[in-house]
Ligand binder design. Sequence first.
Ligand code: SF4
Length: 446
Amino acid sequence: MALTAVEIYKFLPKTNCGDCGVATCLAFAMKLAQKQAALDECPHVTDEAKQQLEDSAAPPMATVTVGLGEHQLKIGGETVFFRHDERFHNPCGLAVTVDTSLPDEQIQQRIEKLEGARYDRVGFMLGVDLIALQDGGDGRLVEGARLAGEHSSLPLVLMSTDPAAMKDALEVCADGRPLLCGATTDNIDAMLPLAKEYNCPLVLRADSLESLVPLSETAAGADSDQLLLDTGAQEIERIQSDQTIIRRMALNKKFKPLSFPTLVACSAADPTQQMLQACSAIAKYAGVVVVDVADDEYLLPLVTARMNIYTDPQKPIQVEPGIYPVGEPDEDSPVLTTTNFSLTYYLVEGDIMSSKVPAHILAVDTNGTSVLTAWAAGDLTAEVIAEHIEKFDLADKVSHKTLVLPGGVAVLQGKLEEESGWEIKVGPKESSALAQFFREQGWAAK
Ligand code: SF4
């Protein structure tokens, strides 16, 4: 986190000797803040002050990297408590377990299921980020790692407290920079060197927040900073409380042993309860969430919850303005207009698809706001819609000159007919009524 000139000034000698080539210490602090000077240009700054400055300038929470290549995951590095303060930067990773005690065929099926778990949601492709291989004992972890390497490109979480099993698995998959989960009080002396040797991030696992701190201090003593923290919490109240305390200690107190992203392994036997654990952890403030459930009806809500938390609240999600086909429309198909706010656009698209009437959508650029918001802000006017009709050559795409306006902005009908020369039909206020509207207009389902 960048320091201001005033914050830097506190660490300088304040003698205004000018040996740094600048007249005063404050002026030098300003150059440092603007990155126009280096601290060693002041020969009088003490080693202690240098260290304090470095500590103060360090990010409050480490950023940890898992995996390599296209599926690489960055975790942590967050700087705020609430997404509206700025935004959250690195989405929580979703890991789903694979029990390596299962027969190879079932392991392979599960891995392939997770690899293929992709969900198209308001224009974003969402899915599972990590495969969490649970050590089934008897050398099964290494077999799981081998199968994952053959059938998936997703990064791995190696879940074992046995350093020997971990080392065997690393021999197979260390190139993919898996997350090692993890080090406990009993095995940290063996796990830390493994993480270092294979250059992999490591989860520190304890059964309470208090017992996590000495583990983290031990890791810091071994010069390890690619760490995640797991307090072992399962009760939702404790998950929330531990996560909040860790973030508070990292951001407000800069307490180094807790200045790392977290991992929450949700293990409630009831899938719905497990979803509650996971959603609660995603909302506040897990870096990685591990779940056992792999069914679409659980994964889709989870990845949707995560997307909602990690989108930038100051930038509405948008589709590109333009003309989009829904179904396989031809030149006689109806044209409906809406805004380029993703949620609005995909609602309209979904309702057109349900109606089975192929149609074109003219998505108007309203900076990603909904129909009524855009109209109230003056971003959805007859002139703007007419400009889009021209800009995207709508007349060349259809044989008619009829456009359907959202019912909520029926007031634009007359002006838009004047501006565009098109016949404007007023559609329903809610897109859920489009099927009935199409029937009334004689537009047939195909
Ligand atoms: S050399 Fe150091 S002490 Fe002297 S003016 Fe520059 S910042 Fe201040």
